[in-house]
Design a protein around this ligand. Sequence first.
Ligand code: ADP
Ligand code: MG
Length: 292
Amino acid sequence: MTGLLSDLASLAPKNAAAAVKAAVNTSMCANADSRLSTAPAKVPYDRDMDSLIETPSLAGNVPDTIAISNVNLSLGSGAARVHILKDISLRVGPGEAIGLIGPSGSGKSTLLMVMAGLERPDGGEVVVNGTPFNALDEDALARFRGRQVGIVFQSFHLIPTMTALENVAVPLELAGNPDAAQRAAQELTSVGLGDRLHHYPTQLSGGEQQRVALARALAPDPAILVADEPTGNLDEATGKQIVDLLFTKHAERGMTLVLVTHDTSLAQRCDRVVRLRSGRIDTGTANRVAAS
Ligand code: ADP
Ligand code: MG
């Protein structure tokens, strides 16, 4: 595992910790009980009715897949300490797709990391698929992420010493999936890479690498998929193919999707657009923000 960690660290120093956790985030707890989630049963969710529902009623009756309440987060130390997320409250329904937009430095990536359980807030509560993150220790949180959270990064974060198949299969194996290789091959085929299973990342185009990353994120069949500017390193045409694939998968699987993007037209393909400004949600953009 040390080799994998250093591979990823050298690939993307800034986000290495997050990438490592995302890629191998079940490694600490391979044999743990698979029934970690206390997720409530899903109920029908009618997006068209959204605007007609009183916000306070949502908290009690709709089992939001993501429920973030009064989250604050500061990073850095001393004079460099930055208050990044300021009193964030946000709810995202089952199967809903939200586009998270905002200027560079407004906290989009940080909020995504909080939703994914890769960054713990200083205060407030994060509940994903019925599981409060505050109640989980690091191992339990890693186990939860491995099964319930798919993550796609702008710069792919594939492990360069592994083939496409291994990049997708290894996290499944670590999570105890007995058919990891078969499942990985199936997922890679479903993103159009059935003929690239044994290629290494350097032998793949950017678009193909992002497809591998998408297959890796989707393979455990997560409840939520978070994507941080997934087209940022791709040319326009390739980016569009990836986005089309992302929305196709969202429609097929019905997972909750949070898509961070600079591109307003892309965000508008989501059910709802949420805008961050200087670490706060622009209240006009989040019609399912909790009343609390
Ligand atoms: P965005 O994704 O919207 O561009 P980020 O969430 O990456 O924004 O960053 C929000 C702010 O937090 C930026 O001002 C950034 O410099 C700061 N920041 C991010 N990570 C750290 C860190 N580890 N330590 C200190 N400040 C950080
Ligand atoms: Mg960012």
